[in-house]
Design a protein around this ligand. Structure first.
Ligand SMILES: *Cc1c(COP(=O)(O)O)cnc(C)c1O
Length: 371
C-alpha cells in the first residue's frame, strides 16, 4: 500500500514486475533447465521479435546499448582519422564509443524544444573526414530524420540512430531505428524495454552490416577460432533474451501509460514557469523521460527532494565540456543550446504505474515552489 506522503521514486519497476512474476520465473527456469546460456533459440527468437517490432529485417543481440554503438561503428569501419557528428547533449556512451575507436567525435548543437540534433546544426560540422552521423532520439522522440537522412545521403555519410531511449517511438509512420543504416537499442533496466541486467541490440535492414555485426560481436571468428576481423565479446545472453521476450508484448501499453502521464503533467503544470516537453509534429514519444525546463532548477530539485519527490538531471554537463574530451578543443559558449539545456532540464517520475494522486502531488509541489 502506498500512502499519501510516501516518497515518489523516479522509477519503481516493482509494479511492472509483479503481474509478470510467474511468467518471467517460468522462462528463467526454462533457460536454466536447458543450461543453454550463450546463443541458442532464446537469442534467435528475441532478435527476430525485436527487429520485427522495430520494422527491421535483422536484429543482433548485444551485451549493452554501449556495445551496440561500439560494434555498429566497428562494422561501419570507423577509426582513426574519421569524424563522427554527435549531439553534445546526450548520454556519454554516444561519443565515448567514437573516441574509443580512435575517431573524433564532432559535437553539434541541438534544437531548443526537442533537445535533438537538427540537420542545420549537423551541416555546419561536416568536413571531408565526416564518416558517420549519430542522431540520438533523446528522451523518447525521434530527431528530424527526413532532413538528416537527406543531408547524409547527399554527402555519402552513414547514419546510425542511437535509439537507446526511444524503442517504439514513431517518426512520420516509421519506427525509431529503422531509418538509418543501423539503429542501436539498450535494455538497461530503466529503459522502456528493460532487461534484468545489461543488454542491447543492433537492428538494420542491411544484410552485409548485419553479418559484420554478428561476426564482430563474437571476436570476428568464422568459423570458430579462425579470425578474419578483430571483434570483441558483445553478446546478449539467453536469460536476458528470454525475459525481454516476456516483456516485449507489453511494451506499447507501458509507453502509452507514460504518454498518458505526460498528458496529465502537461495539464497540471499549465500556467507555471516550467516548460513542458515539446513533441515535434509527426512524432510519437515513448517518454523514456519526462523532462521539463525549469527556472531556478537546482532549488526546485532540492524542494522536491525534501518533499519526497525524486528527480534527475539528464544531463548536467554537455559532452564538449567533459574533461576526458578536452583534447577535442571544445569550450564554454561553443554550443549554447546544449549548455543552456544542461542548466535547466529536470526529469520527473513518469513510469506508467504512477497513480493520479502521485502525479498530482508532484505537480502541486512544483506549483508550491513557484508560488
Ligand atoms: C542508455 C543509453 C546508452 C547506453 O546504453 P547501455 O545499455 O547503458 O550501455 C546509449 N545512449 C543513450 C542515449 C542512452 O540513453
Amino acid at each position: 500500500m502506498t500512502t499519501k506522503n510516501d516518497p515518489i521514486p523516479l522509477l519503481d519497476l516493482r509494479g511492472q514486475y509483479e503481474p509478470l512474476r510467474e511468467e518471467i520465473r517460468a522462462v528463467m527456469d526454462r533457460v536454466c533447465d536447458s543450461q543453454w546460456f550463450i546463443g541458442g533459440p532464446e537469442i534467435d527468437a528475441c532478435e527476430k521479435e525485436i527487429a520485427e517490432y522495430c520494422g527491421c529485417q535483422f536484429g543482433i543481440g548485444m551485451s549493452s546499448g554501449t556495445d551496440a554503438l561500439l560494434c555498429g561503428m566497428m562494422a561501419l569501419g570507423i577509426g582513426p582519422g574519421d569524424e563522427v557528428v554527435v549531439p553534445s547533449f546526450t548520454f556519454f556512451a554516444t561519443a565515448g564509443c567514437v573516441s574509443r575507436l580512435g575517431a573524433t567525435p564532432v559535437f553539434a548543437d541541438i534544437d531548443p524544444d526537442t533537445y535533438n540534433l537538427t540537420a542545420a546544426n549537423i551541416k555546419s560540422k561536416l568536413t571531408d573526414k565526416t564518416k558517420l552521423i549519430i542522431p540520438v532520439h533523446l528522451f523518447g522522440q525521434c530527431a528530424e530524420m527526413d532532413e538528416i537522412l537527406a543531408l547524409a545521403s547527399s554527402r555519402g555519410i552513414a547514419v546510425m540512430e542511437d535509439s537507446a531511449q526511444s524503442i517504439g517511438a514513431v517518426y512520420k509512420g516509421r519506427k525509431a531505428c529503422s531509418m538509418g543504416n543501423l539503429g542501436t537499442l539498450s535494455f538497461f533496466p530503466s529503459k522502456n524495454l528493460g532487461a534484468f541486467g545489461d543488454g542491447g541490440m543492433i537492428v538494420t535492414n542491411d544484410e552485409n552490416l548485419a553479418h559484420m555485426c554478428r561476426l564482430l560481436r563474437n571476436h570476428g571468428a568464422e568459423p570458430k577460432y579462425y579470425h578474419s576481423h578483430t571483434g570483441g565479446n558483445f553478446r546478449l545472453d539467453a536469460l536476458q533474451a528470454a525475459i525481454l521476450r516476456v516483456k516485449l508484448p507489453h511494451l506499447d501499453a507501458w509507453s502509452i501509460g507514460r504518454a498518458e502521464n505526460a498528458c496529465r503533467y502537461n495539464a497540471l503544470l499549465d500556467g507555471t514557469p516550467v516548460k513542458c516537453p515539446v513533441i515535434a509534429r509527426g512524432n510519437t514519444s515513448i517518454y523514456n523521460q519526462y523532462v521539463i525546463a525549469a527556472p531556478n532548477r537546482d532549488a526546485l530539485r532540492k524542494h522536491l527532494a525534501e518533499r519526497g519527490v525524486a528527480t534527475e538531471i539528464y544531463y548536467p554537463v554537455p559532452l564538449h565540456l567533459q574533461e576526458c574530451f578536452r583534447q577535442y578543443g571544445g569550450g564554454p559558449g561553443d554550443l549554447p543550446v546544449c549548455e543552456k539545456a544542461a542548466g535547466e532540464v529536470l526529469a520527473l517520475p513518469i513510469y506508467p504505474e504512477l497513480s493520479d494522486e502521485q502525479l498530482e502531488r508532484v505537480a502541486a509541489e512544483i506549483r508550491a515552489f513557484y508560488a
